[in-house]
Ligand binder design. Structure first.
Ligand SMILES: Cc1cc2nc3c(=O)[nH]c(=O)nc-3n(C[C@H](O)[C@H](O)[C@H](O)COP(=O)(O)OP(=O)(O)OC[C@H]3O[C@@H](n4cnc5c(N)ncnc54)[C@H](O)[C@@H]3O)c2cc1C
Length: 501
């Protein structure tokens, strides 16, 4: 590679630091010398246990053995997120990683379903979802297709123990030549002329020089924020939750293959099933509930016995004005934070790492690469932001100050356009590079209670009897496919049982 960069310094050894180290050592390990500095005394944020299917790409790039990976992180498989009490109290839906039914003549399935529903069909869209059918029966297995049809099989992600995940990637990175140094960064030296970072000094006086620095210091943003002064754009007016309390509890009796997100009076509570325990947390807005009350809500909402006391975490949703400035890029919580409702943070780490690798400097002043990197990171953050806001804003709930605020707040034009388009015609106005696919937008819009006024007229291409037959066949094929799957528990026991499970 034609780069003048010989030494890469990563500061921070949380999930972000170790994913970055793993990927860079795998792909540029022969070109760069890589050193990661972390401090056991400072520790990591210690949460981040649910993922989305894109993580499989990262694992493939790293060449990880999936079953070994799941086993060593006490992991489980995830088919989606169950949202309880969001659109209104008593409602629930599963945002799955798959499509409902199958598209026909290029017309998305939900338009056929809507046509049938208008004509009196009494089944919701999820009646035709392979993922929902498998999730309801706590089943999981590898399935590329449904029968001999073009209906796609099970798309999945993982739940895992965050500390075991970081340890797993650390072992991987060290094996690939990354040098780990323990210590607290105390000062940062810069080139007087260019302002670029040149070295960091640790609390024991050791100086570590580098050509390029990656700031993975979590919410502190030690290099990009504190040293380089890149400002933070606060998105709390759209995503007002600013606090969380996390607590582990005993494992679930039935290991369901999905995360659950239950809306509460001033936020929501997650439940993440792992092989040896359950991860739980209450994400809330402190303007509407006290920390004590939030802790009580969390404990009252547990399905199994708590194993520790709730641990508080504060955050501000938003992003850095730039993700890469001078010779320093921020990856992970240091670059911004989108609250964990759709488990997107680890994905953002992975996507920033792969973008940085694609645009890694080949000249002393990589102005164009930096601008392109920042442009693409901003777009990605904003697309995910809109998808998250949809969950809060598209609601009938008015039973607390928090929900009245969310229901009535102004939202970005980019989101209201999508809401209006779907409400009028069931169509989705997503950007081509949006992380969330059409099927995701459709599920969340319908799940939150939007009823489209019309469906795509191309769905009238089938006669009434053909439409009934088509829907019936889809359901039969799904039932058959799910019948042949093992339970999630059986799959784990057979392929990736952890020592502690
Ligand atoms: C409540 C909550 C729930 C979440 N749930 C999910 C989820 O389900 N799915 C998901 O994808 N993401 C989730 N996330 C996000 C996820 O936790 C983070 O993206 C992920 O853990 C990465 O964190 P990090 O490595 O950026 O920061 P951290 O884990 O905070 O690591 C920072 C590192 O920097 C080091 N450091 C800091 N300052 C110094 C210094 N001066 N000198 C040396 N070292 C230093 C620390 O020692 C540490 O190693 C959640 C986040 C929160 C807050």
């Amino acid at each position: 590679m034609g780069t003048h960069i010989n030494k890469l310094v990563i500061v921070g050894g949380g999930t972000a630091g170790w994913i970055t180290a793993a990927a860079f050592s795998r792909l540029l390990g022969k070109t760069l010398s890589i050193e990661l500095v972390e401090s056991d005394a400072i520790g990591t944020v210690g949460v981040g246990e649910a993922t989305i299917p894109q993580i499989i790409r990262l694992n493939t790039i790293l060449g990880l053995d999936e079953h070994d990976f799941v086993k060593r992180t006490n992991g489980t498989f995830k088919l989606g997120i169950e949202f309880v009490d969001w659109g209104q109290l008593g409602s629930s839906y599963l945002h799955t990683f798959g499509d409902a039914g199958m598209n026909l003549a290029s017309v998305p399935f939900h338009h056929y379903w809507k046509r049938a529903e208008n004509a009196g069909l009494n089944k919701d869209l999820w009646h035709y979802s392979l993922h929902k059918c498998a999730a309801d029966q706590a089943k999981f297995g590898k399935l590329d297709r449904v029968g001999n049809t073009s209906m796609t099989g099970l798309a999945y992600a993982y739940h895992f123990d965050a500390s075991l995940y970081a340890a797993y990637l650390r072992a991987y990175s060290e094996k690939h030549g990354v040098k780990r140094t323990e210590g607290i960064v105390q000062t940062v030296a810069r080139n007087a002329e260019s302002g670029d970072l040149t070295a960091i000094t640790l609390d024991n006086g050791q100086e570590i020089a580098g050509d390029f620095f990656i700031d993975c210091t979590g919410f502190r943003a030690l290099l990009l924020g504190q040293e380089l002064g890149v400002e933070y754009q606060d998105w709390s007016k759209w995503l007002p939750c600013n606090s969380a309390q996390a607590v582990p509890s005993e494992r679930l009796e039935t290991l369901v293959p999905y995360t659950r997100a239950t809306a509460k009076t001033a936020g929501w509570q997650w439940r993440i099933p792992l092989q040896h325990r359950t991860g739980n947390g209450h994400v809330y807005c402190s303007d509407f509930i006290s920390d004590d009350e939030a802790g009580e809500t969390l404990l009252a909402g547990l399905d199994t016995k708590p194993l520790a006391d709730p641990r508080p975490i504060r955050f501000t949703t938003g992003r850095r004005e730039q993700f890469w400035s001078h010779n320093c890029a921020a990856i992970g919580l240091s670059s911004g934070f989108l609250e964990p409702l759709e488990s997107t943070s680890i994905h953002l780490i992975q996507s920033h790492v792969s973008r940085l690798l694609q645009l890694f400097p080949t000249s002393a002043n990589p102005e164009k690469e930096r601008a392109e990197y920042n442009r693409r990171c901003v777009a990605e953050f904003e697309q995910i932001r809109d998808f998250l806001i949809l969950h809060y804003h598209q609601t009938e709930r008015e039973d607390s100050g928090f929900w009245r605020y969310c229901k009535n707040m102004e939202v970005p034009d980019s989101l209201s356009h999508k809401q209006e388009l779907f409400a009028s015609s069931g169509r989705i106005g997503r950007d081509a590079d949006d992380l969330f696919r059409e099927a995701s937008w459709v599920q969340v819009m319908l799940g939150q209670g939007v009823t489209p006024e019309a469906y795509d007229p191309m769905a009238n291409g089938l006669a009434d009897a053909q439409l009934g037959e088509f829907l019936g066949n889809v359901r039969t094929l799904i039932e058959r496919a799910v019948h042949s799957l093992p339970t999630h528990e059986q799959y784990l026991q057979k392929h990736c049982a952890s020592a502690g499970s």
